[in-house]
Design a protein around this ligand. Structure first.
Ligand SMILES: NC(=O)c1ccc[n+]([C@@H]2O[C@H](COP(=O)([O-])OP(=O)(O)OC[C@H]3O[C@@H](n4cnc5c(N)ncnc54)[C@H](O)[C@@H]3O)[C@@H](O)[C@H]2O)c1
Ligand SMILES: O=c1ccn([C@@H]2O[C@H](COP(=O)(O)OP(=O)(O)O[C@H]3O[C@H](CO)[C@@H](O)[C@H](O)[C@H]3O)[C@@H](O)[C@H]2O)c(=O)[nH]1
Length: 458
């Protein structure tokens, strides 16, 4: 099938590359010339395991092309995927300007009927706005006889596992319009996703609005689990209970399950924070408060401060003269994405309290430089106290403590003798519960984790 994907970010690039890998001819469009140049010279602007190889293979076979040519992109695809950003507006609602601009471009250039698939995360009712934007452009061109069939096909991939999630989805949600147009679009989508639907039925068909809502409901549910576990972990701290035992104890109930029960430093990334806000906004616009969701968000904001509170409780409010190593900067492992990463809150607060900070992340160092430059713009001189280390061990050199913010695999089995030798004191603040408190005590490491009793070495 000839497919156009509009937007080559995390979702668009993965969608385009994977659909090409499945045998389609894919035209990827972006307005960002720099991104398209990187892609056309063999680079990949984001870090995502396995993606580089798929892009290289499919570019070489001619099934995957990257361009900024809007007219050519519209001419190419019988199916046009919209995968542009929907960042939060000032009031928390999803900013649809990029989605509407993409829709207008389709209307401005289309010469035959096509299917327009919304893959971006968008509020209920956006399908109708996309249709209206396309119609307005068609009418303005005197081409009102043409039509775009609207499909909502929200994406559920996780960064760091995006290719795997796309190729082996738990489910594929397809929302179509009523009537013959919807039935036709449904058939095309069924055919397009058939290679991912072989072993058992994974496609869930529904109406457009229900599909749009499903995406927000999924993210809100997952964010709720995390905030709930974080609140329980904070109580566990007070009670001397180990949240890791509790996690296993409840996760083994199949009605609860083990996924997304890890307490930590709060959820970050480009999706949960903005989607929780946007759903809450949709609700209040319709005269209903989603009370649980308000708490999910405020619990998460506070959770980003939890490690810091533990540091202050142990070392005092004024951290001048102290040096901290920070392991892990990306909002989660296997990505270089720094959007809403808890590390940004923690590093800023440490610097504000007068500390020096030595940071290390296996892949997000470049993104981190951009993010911290923005975050520290209002704290003149503080960037000088931030050192970007060349490796995990280098970050520890001469530090008073190490703060673990992201659970990269490479941090999970360090040489503790070397860690102790590098640190001034063997002091670990672990925001991801990577180690067993009793083992740490045995190794002579003072260990502070989330919702686990702190053990001081004997
Ligand atoms: N990142 C994720 O893990 C993820 C997962 C599922 C769903 N989503 C949703 O998918 C959407 C895209 O997210 P993302 O993380 O890929 O965003 P992103 O910011 O990484 O990429 C969006 C891209 O769209 C481009 N763009 C903007 N306007 C355009 C236009 N008119 N024409 C062509 N290109 C245009 C931008 O230049 C950018 O490269 C969002 O709605 C997001 O909520 C994201
Ligand atoms: O038990 C857990 C699981 C996750 N997290 C945190 O939650 C955030 C989000 O993690 P994850 O969901 O793995 O990453 P995303 O790439 O943001 O993916 C989410 O957001 C995407 C965009 O909408 C959806 O497509 C995915 O299904 C959804 O999982 C990260 O900060 C994690 O550290 C926890 O604190 N505890």
């Amino acid at each position: 099938m000839n497919i156009t994907v509009i937007g080559t970010g995390y979702v668009g690039l993965v969608t385009g590359a994977c659909l090409a890998e499945l045998g389609n001819k894919v035209f990827c469009l972006d307005v960002d010339r720099n991104k398209i140049e990187i892609l056309n010279s063999g680079g990949v602007p984001i870090y995502e395991p396995g993606l580089k190889e798929i892009i290289a293979r499919n570019r070489a076979s001619g099934r995957l092309i990257f361009s900024t040519d809007v007219a050519a992109s519209v001419a190419h695809g019988e199916v046009q995927f919209i995968a542009v950003g929907t960042p939060p507006d000032e009031d928390g609602s999803a900013d649809l300007q990029y989605v509407v601009a993409a829709a207008r471009n389709i209307g401005r250039h289309m010469e035959r009927n096509c299917i327009v698939v919304d893959k971006s995360t968008v509020p209920v009712g956006t399908g109708e706005k996309v249709k209206a934007a396309i119609r307005a452009e068609l009418e303005a061109r005197g081409r009102g006889e043409l039509d775009a069939m609207i499909v909502s096909n929200p994406e559920f991939l996780k960064e760091g596992a995006a290719v795997e999630d796309f190729m082996r989805p738990d489910r594929i949600v397809i929302g179509v319009e009523e009537g013959a147009a919807g039935a036709e679009a449904r058939e095309v989508m069924r055919e397009l996703y058939a290679p991912l639907n072989r072993n058992h039925e994974r496609i869930l068909y529904m109406d457009v609005k229900s599909a749009e809502f499903t995406k927000y409901a999924a993210n809100a549910m997952l964010a709720t689990r995390i905030s709930f576990m974080n609140e329980l972990a904070n109580l566990a701290d007070r009670l001397g209970v180990d949240i890791e035992h509790v996690r296993k104890g409840i996760g083994s109930d199949p009605r609860i399950g083990f996924s997304f029960l890890y307490a930590g430093t709060g959820y970050g990334g480009s999706c949960f924070p903005k989607d929780v806000q946007a759903l809450a906004r949709t609700a209040s616009e319709h005269g209903q408060e989603l009370e649980i969701l308000g708490s999910v968000e405020s619990v998460n904001d506070k959770q980003k401060q939890v490690l810091l509170k533990k540091i202050v409780a142990r070392l005092g409010e004024d951290l001048s003269g102290k040096t901290f190593a920070v392991w892990g900067l990306a909002f989660k492992p296997n990505t270089d994405d720094m959007r809403a990463a808890p590390s940004r809150v923690i590093v800023r607060e440490l610097l504000q309290r007068g500390a020096k900070v030595q940071v290390y992340d296996p892949v997000a160092m470049e993104e981190a430089r951009h993010a911290f430059a923005l975050d520290l713009a209002d704290l003149p001189g503080k960037e000088a106290d931030l050192h970007y280390a060349g490796g995990a061990m280098e970050a520890l050199e001469g530090a008073d403590a190490v703060v673990i913010v992201t659970e990269w695999k490479s941090f999970k089995s360090p040489d503790f003798a070397a860690v102790k030798a590098a640190l001034k004191e063997p002091l670990v603040f672990d925001g991801r519960n990577l180690f067993e408190p009793v083992t740490m005590a045995r190794l002579g490491v003072e260990y502070h984790a989330i919702g686990r009793p702190s053990k001081r070495p004997k």
